[in-house]
Design a binder for this molecule. Structure first.
Ligand code: DUT
Ligand code: MG
Length: 171
């Protein structure tokens, strides 16, 4: 059974804009459109208006995620992915797109779907400063400390952090 949806107030900044919609019942993201047509040259970015603003309940945030089809077909990414829409934000939601294709321009028409909005509950934490943190199995290992793909020349390359960690472990 599907859980009850969370009610979110939405306002059309552009009176003609289609509201964000889930393409399928189980989808996590509701598609956002651009209200402005745009053409991006290779490497170019733009801040595109979605024509909507929302009022999220306290304890929620909305995240602007890329669409994988646009990424795979055209090399379109979001510069700040995922963009964070705070519960208190009442401005128009915008999408910061970049064309990462090295050769082809990409064109968006008005009301093309360019991103998707994922609404989630978020925890608020209180930070308690301490001199020492409790130990853990991972400790300070990160940035590839468990192995993984190698860089082109097969060494740790310019990853000074990984080298520093393995140096310490070798002592
Ligand atoms: O992709 C995005 C990311 C953010 N926002 C809006 C909603 C968010 O609440 C506000 C601020 O975003 P963020 O905190 O990421 O940006 P900032 O550079 O820290 O700005 P501020 O100083 O206003 O917090 O901008 C968008 O419309 N689209
Ligand atoms: Mg901020």
């Amino acid at each position: 059974m599907m859980p009850n949806p969370v009610d979110v107030l939405i306002r059309r900044v552009d009176p003609e804009v289609p509201l964000p919609a889930y393409a399928h019942p189980g989808d996590a993201g509701a598609d956002l459109v651009t209200c402005e047509a745009a053409e991006l040259a290779p490497g170019e970015r733009a801040v595109l208006p979605t024509g909507v603003s929302i009022a999220l309940p306290d304890g929620y945030a909305a995240f602007v995620h890329p669409r994988s089809g646009l990424a795979a077909r055209c090399g379109v990414a979001l510069v700040n992915a995922p963009g964070t829409v705070d519960a208190g934000y009442r401005g128009e939601i915008k999408v910061i797109v970049v064309n990462l294709d090295p050769r082809e321009s990409v064109r968006f028409d008005r009301f093309d779907r360019i991103a998707q909005l994922v609404v989630q509950q978020v925890e608020k934490v209180r930070f308690h400063e301490v001199a020492e943190l409790p130990g853990s199995a991972r400790a300070e290992g990160g940035f590839g400390s468990t192995g993984g793909h190698s860089v082109v020349d097969g060494s740790t390359g310019g990853n000074r952090y990984a080298s520093a960690v393995s140096d310490r472990e070798g002592q």
